[in-house]
Design a protein around this ligand. Structure first.
Ligand code: F6P
Length: 327
């Protein structure tokens, strides 16, 4: 029997928070089934921290997570909550959790959700565990976050289609991808799509040099370009108009947007989510809280939740250089 601060852990609360990502359902399923197998009860909290403050809490049984491993989105729904962001909001959240006899909370989400879970643990002493669920892959302590792999594949599928029209109509395309303040998705997508340029928030970008490069290429007979921009680095429509002005070439832009958040989770995301869900329940069994689970070099990796936000994308420069070299 797991114990935290002399209190027996008998019931786990689970919520998904912030932007949804394909694979979150697989994580919920793993947490529910592993917990029940260990004799722990599970309550699902609907709509993230917002739903917690409204006491939208339902018991989850074995069957409530049937047939969801292959479904995008999250059966628990998700939201962003201003009220939870306040100290009063967090105090109220802890009161509600205790009223419902929830002994610890597993939070599936990104950096904002992790910060909330950290404060519940560090400031209010409520046992929490973070499970990395965001397409952005911007958390520390894990090579991948749940949803990123599928999102990259979705973006690649779209770009493959854009490439057909770009080449046929001899145009420059600026394609904006998600990622919040991170260029991870953009760099992976650019490399996988064989794009000519990638613009990320983590590095300065020389627009004039890019336009000169496009012009020169055009002089040599090149007729189409794919430029991937991370949403945190600039707006595709503004970059497109700069490129038109500076090169005189016909330029279009596409904002891939929320399409990247949906769809059937890839096998990799389902497996990642399942391993991480099981690892989170193992932490509960061991009575270890204030932790974030991740996978580094294919091994389960546990770090303090408070250290899990902010991540420098390790292969960023390698990926950017490759995009340039392979043009
Ligand atoms: O964090 C996931 C994410 O999809 C980011 O890539 C994006 O910036 C943000 O969420 C969009 O949020 P919303 O769906 O609230 O507009």
């Amino acid at each position: 029997m797991s114990v935290f601060n002399d209190k027996k852990i008998e019931k786990i609360g689970i919520l998904t928070s912030g932007g949804d990502g394909p694979g979150m359902n697989a994580a919920v399923r793993a947490v529910v089934r592993c917990s029940l197998n260990q004799g722990l009860a599970v309550d699902g909290i609907m709509r993230g921290y917002a739903g917690l403050l409204k006491e939208e809490i339902i018991p989850l049984g074995h069957r409530s997570v049937s047939n969801i491993i292959n479904r995008g989105g999250t059966i628990l729904k998700t939201a962003r909550s201003k009220e939870f962001g306040t100290p009063e909001g967090k105090k109220k959240a802890v009161q509600i959790l205790k009223q419902h006899k929830i002994d610890c909370l597993i939070v599936i989400g990104g950096d904002g959700s992790y910060r909330g879970a950290t404060e519940l643990f560090e400031v209010h002493g409520f046992p929490t565990i973070g499970l990395p669920g965001t397409i952005d892959n911007d958390l520390y302590g894990t090579d991948q976050t749940i949803g990123c792999h599928t999102a990259v594949n979705t973006a690649l599928e779209a770009i493959d289609k854009i490439r057909d029209t770009a080449h046929s109509m001899e145009r420059v395309f600026i394609i904006e991808v998600m990622g919040n303040k991170s260029g991870y998705i953009a760099a992976e997508v650019a490399l996988g799509a064989g794009a000519e340029e990638v613009i990320v928030p983590e590095r300065k970008f020389d627009f004039e040099a890019m336009c000169r490069h496009i012009r020169k290429g055009n002089d040599r007979g090149k007729i189409s370009w794919m430029v991937v921009v991370a949403e945190g680095a600039g707006k595709a429509h503004e970059i497109a108009s700069t490129v038109t002005t500076m090169t005189g070439l016909e330029t279009r832009f596409v904002v891939l947007g929320h399409v990247q958040r949906g769809g059937v989770p890839s096998g990799r995301d389902r497996i990642l989510a399942t391993r991480l869900g099981a690892a989170a329940v193992n932490l509960v069994i061991r009575g270890e809280f204030g932790k974030a689970v991740g996978i580094l070099q294919d091994e389960i990796n546990i770090i303090d939740l408070k250290n899990a936000t902010h991540k420098e994308f390790k292969h960023l420069d390698e990926f950017r250089n490759l995009v340039k070299i392979l043009t």
